[in-house]
Design a protein. Sequence first.
Length: 517
Amino acid sequence: MRYLLLLLSCCLLYACGTNQTQAQGKNTTKKSQPNIVVIYLDDLGYGDVGVYGADNLPTPNMDKLANGGVMFTDGYATSATCSPSRYALLTGSYPWRNKKAKILPGTAPLLIKTDQMTLPKMLKEKGYQTSVIGKWHLGLGSGLVNWNQNISPGPNEIGFDYSYIMAATQDRVPTVYIENGKVRNLDPNDPIEIDYKKNFEGQPTGLDNPELLKMGWHHGHNSSIVNGIPRIGYMKGGESARWVDENMADTFLVRAQNYIVEHKDEPFFLYYGMQQPHVPRTPHPRFVGKSGMGPRGDVIVEADWCVGELYKTLEKEGLLENTLIILTSDNGPVLNDGYNDDAVEKLGDHKPSGNLRGGKYSLFEAGTRVPFITYWKGAIQPQKSDALVCQVDLFSSIAALVGSKQRVADSEDLSDVFLGKSNNGRKNLVLEATTRTAFRQGTWVMIPPFRGQALNKKVNIETGNLTDFGLFNLADDIGQQNNLAKEQPEKLQEMIAAFEAIRGKDYKKNIQNLKLK
Ligand code: NG6
Ligand code: CA
């Protein structure tokens, strides 16, 4: 009888074991090839996430990732604006090496060369399925794009097997989704025309037709009107293809979820480019009023919900233990970025930049230091890390992780740091804001004295343009209040020399007319 019981329990154990493996799919057998999910928010500030100090803004799902993974306190985007940061994330190269890597209009040609090595290309070499869903903003085509034909080259030509994107930003035309090079729901009898310089005859604009607007513009953003929202650039036609702004979060989320379900049996890379909290901030009605901070807070709550839903999909498909999730933002925060949307008026005590100085477009810390979280259930021990890491490092780190030999010079293999096994981050980093560059080494930051206004009055953010060199020690001055350049001339010279060794000297073109040694 005892033997019979033993035999029975053995059978049961065996059956459970096989069931489990089956339920988890083939994917779990490839531990060396985890799925990679990059959740990339747009303009989410260092202080915009609960665990990073946003006490009044509920972000339980991002907090859950941070509390269950590595929460980096010293993590950076390369740049204080979108296109350059995205360029660096996907290529592993500093964007200032490419003169064209600036904020791009919706008509810009593809910024990444089709023969350039990219993160998705490298992963494809290792057998991954690759996808981009969400914001692109890296240019499309090679000249004047005809939006009514196959749009190429684009994401599919630089390594993505599947793409479902908005071309540029939510505030720029064309306001349509593009799936694998084709505008979705386009009626060939109503072709799309786009122009960034002049309007099409008879088309209303934000400037001339304020009566048609449901959201007012503050600066820029007064060209074509789509869904009552004035945009940057002029657009005609493509009525049936135009997106509904309030549905954008759901649209990208559902695509991303479907993609995961469809590819659960093979290693996949999902680059999920969320549009929040970039302008225009258009929460779905479900989220309106949820933050008490107006649309900017509401879309952060919405974005957080999306993160939670995506997580649930990975969980339901049994993929959490075989998926590295990386959540971060392309640049720092801005309140008034060109629309009258109460971001300033309803802010209350919330600090989008946390204790950092500056914000989007700024060379000060809040321009580039962003929330940065890695999460891999069972593989990463929960912890806070103060290692210096940057999105440019994801290329070589992920390559190392999946066993690829591809490396790009600017991109350091910090795979152990991203997995929480080491605290040995970068030694230094070149920071960029609207084509100006500064330098971080150890706990020090050196900012050359660039020409231009100290305050960007439109967005009310300090630019980081100083009248003389800036030298700050973040170890005891995270808010960059004490310029030590005069007090510590040797440290300053050491920083300038180390900076020039990487950056070269052409940054000097735009600096104040100082007598440099
Ligand atoms: C600026 C826009 C701003 C935003 C930014 C790009 C104006 C006045 N301002 O030129 O609203 O669209 O470009 O943001 O047009 S980013 O996050 O994509 O870099
Ligand atoms: Ca951005």
